[in-house]
Design a protein around this ligand. Structure first.
Ligand code: IDC
Length: 322
């Protein structure tokens, strides 16, 4: 009988050890929970600074096939914790409310994988966020209503204001309207606001930031075009107390193509790590352009490995693991 008890005891202990070892690792959202903005940084549920590491889809009208769970999971395995869903707001770039379902799908996959997800209202050719303000309000009403209880959502309300657009006259008033609308439903999730000149002038936004809580400001860079002078804008804004998030970048030039500038890219990564600022890489596609993260001869849309990444993809992926 005693012998029997001893054997049973060992079996139980071994069973427990087995379960502990095979228990799956906590997902990014399980680890960090509800994000918020504190001072110059994004913090987790315990108020500790965290660095989002993300990948952005290409325009989902052009490359919807990469909005699938296996694709997102591949990037998660490589160290990515955030997916940005780029929804172009201009009909010439594929805007149609028919794509709302695709966005819902993306959110569902991110949810299932425990990843954060940025809903990006991707203004670009429609340079002034006011151009499609009515549609933007409809968009954010729908998604804030639907996702108000999740803790993994971030709203990016205007990708890159550009052209004859100023912070004071155009972006700030637009942001006040959209933020008010989102907050009617979603009281907590972070709202990211674009800055003038294709989201480069964070120093201008820092002079008169918005007054609501949990607001971050986006800075975008393409390392071969945007060098010291934009890094200086970031330094200035950060020192003025502005919480910045890099919701889009690549290491080639601003066309999304051209040569890679590793020297400038390294300076950017070091600066972002020093400030603990998160960064999201443009773009998940195999398009024949330098910024595409997937090799152009790779036809896979899921189950991707590092070997399937382009030169820029490989270089950036090395930073996800750090
Ligand atoms: C580019 C894509 C390119 C596409 C073009 C369409 O890489 O394939 O044809 O948009 O407008 C941005 C924009 C982002 C751009 C990217 C590269 O946010 O939409 O994507 N870029 O030009 N800002 C700076 C660079």
């Amino acid at each position: 009988m005693n012998k029997f008890r001893i054997i049973l005891f060992f079996l139980v202990v071994m069973g427990m050890a087995f379960c502990t070892n095979t228990a799956r690792a906590a997902t990014p959202v399980e680890k960090w929970g509800q994000l918020s903005v504190k001072g110059t940084n994004i913090v987790n549920k315990n108020g500790k600074k965290v660095q989002l590491k993300g990948v952005s889809t290409h325009g989902i009208a052009w490359f919807p096939q990469y909005v699938n769970k296996s694709c997102f999971k591949s990037f998660k395995k490589m160290g990515v914790n955030t997916i940005r869903i780029a929804f172009y707001s201009d009909p010439g770039s594929g805007y149609t409310t028919d794509l709302y379902g695709k966005i819902d799908e993306g959110v569902k996959y991110a949810d299932e994988l425990g990843m954060y997800v940025i809903l990006d209202w991707h203004i670009l050719n429609d340079g002034n966020p006011k151009t499609h303000q009515t549609e933007a309000l409809k968009f954010f009403t729908r998604f804030a209503k639907k996702y108000k209880n999740r803790k993994n959502i971030l709203y990016e309300i205007c990708n890159e204001p550009n052209g004859d657009v100023t912070w004071e006259r155009d972006i700030r008033p637009y942001a006040n309207k959209v933020i008010k609308r989102i907050r009617k439903y979603d009281k907590k999730n972070i709202i990211i606001v674009g800055t003038p000149t294709w989201s480069q002038d964070v120093d201008v936004a820092a002079q008169k930031p918005l007054t609501q809580k949990n607001i971050a400001y986006s800075l975008h860079f393409y390392a071969a075009t945007h060098t010291d002078w934009i890094r200086d804008k970031l330094k200035k804004a950060y020192k003025m107390g502005l919480p910045v998030l890099v919701t889009e970048f690549s290491i080639c030039d601003a066309s999304g193509n051209g040569g890679i500038d590793k020297n400038s890219a390294k300076k950017w990564m070091k600066l972002l790590n020093q400030y603990k600022i998160g960064y999201v890489a443009w773009n998940i596609s195999n398009k024949n352009e330098t910024s595409a993260l997937i090799k152009s001869n790779c036809q896979k849309t899921g189950d991707l490995t590092k070997g399937n990444l382009s030169a820029s993809g490989k270089w950036i992926a090395a930073w996800w693991k750090k």
